[in-house]
Design a protein around this ligand. Structure first.
Ligand SMILES: Nc1nc2c(c(=O)[nH]1)N[C@H]1C(S)=C(S)[C@@H](COP(=O)(O)OP(=O)(O)OC[C@H]3O[C@@H](n4cnc5c(=O)[nH]c(N)nc54)[C@H](O)[C@@H]3O)O[C@H]1N2
Ligand SMILES: Nc1nc2c(c(=O)[nH]1)N[C@H]1C(S)=C(S)[C@@H](COP(=O)(O)OP(=O)(O)OC[C@H]3O[C@@H](n4cnc5c(=O)[nH]c(N)nc54)[C@H](O)[C@@H]3O)O[C@H]1N2
Ligand SMILES: [Mo]
Length: 763
């Protein structure tokens, strides 16, 4: 265990060394090395690492540490076999850490829980499907079941899953997106009409200014750094807006550029770092908008060129007057206090924004996991609309998604609030009535389980128990279910926190060859920039028993629905092209689907806002004013506890993929061999009367009388604003109250939890 500040550029030799030492030699002796080079190639597989797109002409291997880790984790030679389960009770497995559970390797056989022995035992696939069907068919109401999706599921699997679930009769589709970019998906339709980003990679080649909000790309989207490198070398201005000064956004050595590697040189990435308080982005963005309006007023007075893009505002938007009125009325002191950024820096940032002819704003979890995330995303679109920075080359909105197909899953109908138009179309194509009332998202699903209203949980991938908030409560919720089912590649804690009956159904990963009827099948995904492409696995499946997600979903559907609906489940699983044929019938934008994905690079799905078509009720892009919320749980908690009240963000370390812990280091933040740390300002450590290296317990401050604690974290002095602290997820999820969600999106507020720190009680 050590804390050693990192002074090198991101990526470079550090990344190569990690891969060489930790992965290739020791952990994944069985990996098909070829597969590491086939990621994101026209004839290879889509990297399961993240949703950052690839250059269409990707023909050379792009080295990405994240991608290598994801592929290696899936290609491990270790196996979780029936013998493994026979040797461990569930109670014994629960003693192991998430890191240890991950290390056991790939699941090989369908397993069913046996309460008498507290062990999982093998079950025949047919019996597993029958068990699911029996449980689903005895429920009083289809709404008593919930169907979770994690964002690795392919378009085809997701489409079949929603078809099955809607035929069964519910819209209960909690998905990982509910915890991720939901604020983007709910916020953007109100301003620009569609909940997706407006840029493609081509725009990165033309942008002169990039604003990076709340993202840590060196860890989470390393290939994005390659794009930022090119932008920086062209002279574009890159501003990093993040309470943490992320080392990975300072300098970057590109593994793609041998000279840079050999000379150990690097490219500076961000030219300016702005460090708002946690959740301060809303006020910061609004402050920039206000400053811009003030400068435009001055320009009018002196007869200088206008700073607002009046042509755009007039031709394309509605609501500007009301928005401007609200900006003028907003108080500077409140904006400054809330943003936590000095006025001089806000002015500097406004100047940078105004100088930009072509500006891209990107954002990640730093914007989307707060109470006011929907207003924040909308304020950012307002700001971009003021200067017409949407729907032109080199400019636009760029939410950077996480899971490699999380955007595609939503496109395919994994949506607890489906539109009437979509359901009408489903009804037309498939000829049966669709459930019309909205279903449960993640948080509502947990609440419904607690109330006994959801009794069956089926998870298509993911790790529901660990990814969700309020861990002890979520555990109880899952344990109160009649049946829990997990379709998974690797063992995780969700499989151990089970209902009265429980199944683990092992499936093929994206890197594996999926042969149906003697023909290798491809599946398609949509990346963060709406490019749809096909992916073919290359590795031998981890076990001959594995079924593809598509096969599992179609068998569950057949067993459950019987002859109730005439759906072509067998044809779908025999030839995935048949699924795409039906997807095309439901979504016009997928015309000629099979032909178009067969082309290298695939195709771009139309995003109306990118073309300045506004799918809002007014038919125009909409300015939406928002005020600072003065009555929040955090403000109330601060009123009670004063400066001892700290706001905590939960984030990812370098060596984890969401709930999967690959290793215990966070290289760029200088943390080695440990995860239970708290990043905190030195003056806050002093304020607490403690020292860096001291151990603390954390307690959240919420208003329901429930004690939420996470114990045993070491204080690490860090460059983070006062009053704000950071720690890793999922260890800190017990601190996130289930009811603490983003207004209008339901996303757990994982980046702003009011907490108190106290000296650790030795256990
Ligand atoms: N290696 C790896 N890759 C991944 C993942 C992984 O776990 N590991 N996860 C995938 C998934 S599902 C996702 S969604 C993405 C997540 O990728 P990111 O969006 O980068 O998510 P986080 O690591 O949670 O970090 C968010 C960043 O936001 C900053 N931040 C926190 N609060 C605030 C705030 O209030 N304002 C601002 N401006 N910044 C803030 C943090 O300091 C941190 O730098 O990555 C994907 N890729
Ligand atoms: N406190 C806090 N909580 C958070 C976040 C945060 O920043 N802070 N981030 C949130 C975000 S952005 C997200 S996206 C969620 C992530 O939530 P999830 O998507 O539910 O979690 P993952 O850890 O990505 O899921 C990993 C598991 O998926 C399974 N798996 C992997 N590949 C495949 C596959 O190809 N098929 C199938 N069927 N299974 C597979 C493996 O069994 C693995 O153990 O967590 C959220 N939770
Ligand atoms: Mo995510």
């Amino acid at each position: 265990m050590a804390i050693k500040p990192y002074h090198h550029p991101a990526a470079g030799w550090g990344a190569l060394k990690y891969v060489a030492i930790n992965l290739l030699k020791e952990r994944v002796s069985g990996v098909n090395y070829k597969s590491l080079f086939a990621q994101n190639q026209p004839d290879g597989f889509d990297c399961p690492g993240c949703a950052w797109p690839d250059r269409e002409h990707a023909s050379t291997f792009e080295f990405c540490e994240n991608g290598v880790k994801a592929v290696a984790a899936e290609s491990t030679s270790k196996r979780v076999t029936p013998a493994f389960f026979a040797a461990h009770t569930v109670a014994q497995l629960l003693e192991q850490s998430d890191y240890e559970l991950e290390q056991h390797g790939r699941l090989t056989h369908p397993m069913v829980y046996d309460a008498a022995t507290d062990k999982y035992q093998p079950i025949a696939w047919h019996d597993a499907f029958q068990c699911i069907a029996d449980e689903l068919n005895v429920l009083d109401d289809p709404d008593q079941a919930a169907f979770y999706t994690s964002g690795r599921a392919s378009n085809e699997a997701a489409f079949l899953y929603q078809l099955f679930v809607r035929a069964y009769g519910t819209n209960n589709f909690p998905d990982c997106s509910n915890m991720c970019h939901e604020a983007t998906s709910r916020g953007l339709p109100g301003t620009v009409g569609i909940g997706k980003g407006t840029v493609t990679l081509d725009d990165f080649e033309h942008a002169d200014t990039l604003l990076i909000f709340g993202q840590n790309p060196a860890t989470n989207h390393p290939r994005m750094l390659g794009e930022l490198r090119e932008c920086a070398r062209r002279g574009a201005t890159i501003v990093s807006i993040n309470p943490l000064r992320e080392r990975g956004l300072e300098r970057f050595t590109s593994p793609q550029h041998p000279l840079e590697m050999l000379t150990m040189s690097s490219t500076p990435i961000s030219s300016m770092f702005v460090q708002p308080r946690l959740g301060g982005d809303f006020a910061l963005i609004k402050a920039i908008a206000k400053r811009l309006l003030e400068l435009d007023d001055q320009a009018v007075l002196i007869g200088a060129p206008r700073l607002l893009d009046l042509d755009f505002i007039t031709a394309h938007t509605s609501g500007f007057q009301a928005f401007a009125r609200d900006l003028r009325a907003e108080r500077w002191p409140l904006l400054l206090e809330e943003a936590g950024v000095p006025r001089a820096q806000i002015e500097q940032l406004t100047d940078i924004y105004i100088r930009g002819e072509r500006v891209i704003a990107t954002w990640g979890m730093g914007l989307t996991q707060h109470k006011h995330s929907v207003p924040t995303v909308q304020m950012l679109s307002n700001l971009m609309m003021m200067r017409g920075q949407i729907g032109k080359r080199g400019a636009g909105l760029c939410p950077v998604r996480g899971h490699s197909n999380v955007q595609g899953d939503r496109t395919m109908g994994i949506e607890e609030q489906p539109t009437a138009a979509f359901l009408d179309r489903m009804e037309q194509v498939f000829g049966f009535a669709q459930p019309r009332h909205h279903g449960h998202d993640v948080v509502a699903t947990i609440a419904a389980m607690m109330e006994g209203k959801v009794k069956v949980f089926i998870g298509l991938g993911g790790n529901f128990a660990m990814a969700t908030p309020d861990t002890p409560l979520t555990f109880k919720a899952l344990q109160s279910c009649e049946l829990t089912v997990h379709i998974a590649t690797k063992l995780n804690r969700s499989h151990l926190i089970h209902g009265r009956k429980a199944l683990i159904l092992p499936t093929l990963g994206r890197t594996e060859i999926d042969v149906q009827n003697g023909v290798p099948q491809g599946v398609t995904v949509e990346d963060s920039m709406s490019m749809v492409h096909i992916s073919y696995g290359l590795n031998k499946p981890a076990s001959p028993e594995l079924l593809s997600e598509i096969a599992i979903v179609s068998h569950m559907a057949e067993a459950t629905l019987g002859t109730r609906h005439k759906l072509a489940w067998k044809a779908y699983r025999d030839d995935y092209a048949c699924i795409r044929d039906d997807i095309e019938k439901v979504f016009d934008d997928f015309y000629d689907y099979n032909a178009r994905v067969a082309k290298p690079g695939g195709f771009h799905l139309k995003v109306a806002s990118r073309e300045r078509e506004w799918m809002t009720s007014s038919g125009k892009a909409q300015f939406v004013p928002h005020q600072i919320d003065l009555d929040t749980p955090i403000r109330r908690a601060r009123a009670r506890h004063g400066e001892r009240l700290l706001v905590m963000m939960t984030t990812r370390s370098h060596d984890q993929y969401n709930t999967t812990i690959y290793a215990l280091d966070d290289r760029y933040r200088g943390v080695f061999g440990m995860r239970r740390v708290i990043f905190i300002h030195q003056q806050d450590i002093d304020m607490l009367g403690m020292k860096a290296g001291d151990w603390v317990d954390v307690q959240s401050v919420w208003e329901d009388g429930v004690e939420r604690r996470a114990n045993g974290f070491m204080l690490v002095a860090y460059d983070i604003p006062r009053g704000c602290i950071g720690a890793y997820y999922p260890e800190t999820n017990p601190l996130v109250p289930l009811a603490s969600v983003a207004d209008g999106a339901g996303t757990p507020t994982s980046k702003s939890i009011p907490v108190l720190l106290m000296p650790a009680v030795p256990s």
